[in-house]
Design a protein around this ligand. Structure first.
Ligand SMILES: Nc1ncnc2c1ncn2[C@@H]1O[C@H](COP(=O)(O)OP(=O)(O)O)[C@@H](O)[C@H]1O
Ligand SMILES: [Mg+2]
Length: 290
């Protein structure tokens, strides 16, 4: 056979393969190799729900994140500590698609490349984020806030006639209980304490049943009692969800943490139990100032 004929034959075979794979219901060429993933499922068969590798980002020449590598296991509650300016919030901005890194890889499970998705898509994929300041709807009741957080059909008319189905009602009741607000269901959110507003916002995230929750300084400004209840809340979420918690409150970290990651100058300085990282000379130096 001449090289030309060989080439034509190969092209025909390639076209045939493409046709067959586009016809299959499993997603054809887009499906991952040898694994059947249902839509909306995150592939955690490699034991990681979140994976950052050598991620860097600069702002006006300043490296806020510097070759940061980190991974989180499914169901894990990971605590992140580090001095101000270490890059903790920027890391969350990168995971949620708010900031694009200059280089590196960011994966949700082993198949979803988060750098190919924008902010709303990433939320839709199952990554919920809680910012420092609570952003609940003050004039609505606790119930209405949680109801609003559901994935309602789009459009004004659709929203007006939106009614919770029984699964959604069950979910709402479960979330109310989880966030300790079952007794305040008809209270206007504006009348809640600062801590209760934070819980309500976490509840709004939980209504969407996120696989991964990112929480930036969740107990800042809370009373000691509220902080204790929040620790209980996070411990109850662990296992069902994966959590990444940035906090400065060491008492809180001590109560909830398994593995603590210390961030400094945009990369991981140390990692281990809280006792281990707190006795690490480099960590002590960073916290006591150079
Ligand atoms: N959008 C931005 N533009 C310029 N500089 C930024 C931006 N976001 C963060 N930075 C800088 O990056 C560094 C890390 O900030 P940040 O992630 O907020 O730290 P942390 O949350 O650990 O306190 C800081 O020096 C901050 O000033
Ligand atoms: Mg921050």
């Amino acid at each position: 056979m001449t090289p030309d004929l060989l080439k034509q034959g190969a092209q025909r075979v390639a076209q045939r393969i493409e046709k067959v794979s586009n016809e299959t219901e499993s997603g054809g060429r887009d499906a991952s190799y040898g694994r059947v993933n249902l839509p909306g499922e995150v592939d955690v068969s490699h034991g990681r729900i979140l994976y950052l590798e050598e991620v860097s980002v600069s702002f006006d020449g300043f490296k806020a994140i510097n070759k940061l590598s980190l991974d989180i296991a499914p169901g894990e509650l990971r605590c992140i500590i580090g001095p101000n300016g270490a890059g903790k919030t920027t890391m969350m901005d990168i995971i949620t698609g708010k900031t694009r890194p200059d280089e590196g890889r960011v994966y949700f499970g082993s198949t979803i490349d988060l750098l190919r998705h924008n902010e709303p898509e990433i939320a839709q994929l199952g990554i919920g984020r809680k910012f420092q300041k609570p952003t609940v709807f003050e004039y609505l009741t606790v119930f209405e806030n949680l109801e609003l957080a559901l994935k309602t059909p789009k459009g004004v008319k659709a929203s007006m006639f939106f009614k919770l189905d029984s699964a959604q009602s069950d979910r709402l009741a479960e979330v109310l209980h989880t966030i300790h607000l079952a007794d305040s269901v008809l209270t206007q959110a504006g009348n809640l304490s600062h801590g209760q507003k934070q819980w309500l916002e976490i509840g709004m995230l939980l209504m969407q049943d996120p696989k991964l929750l990112l929480l930036d300084e969740p107990v800042a400004g809370m009373t000691d009692h509220e902080t204790e209840r929040t620790a209980e809340l996070f411990l109850s979420l662990k296992g069902k969800h994966s959590l990444m918690v940035v906090e400065h409150d060491m008492g809180f970290i001590k109560t909830i943490s398994d593995i603590v990651t210390v961030l400094c100058d945009g990369s991981v300085l140390a990692q281990g139990t809280l006792d281990q990282v707190q006795s690490d000379e480099r960590v002590i130096e960073v916290y006591l100032g150079r």
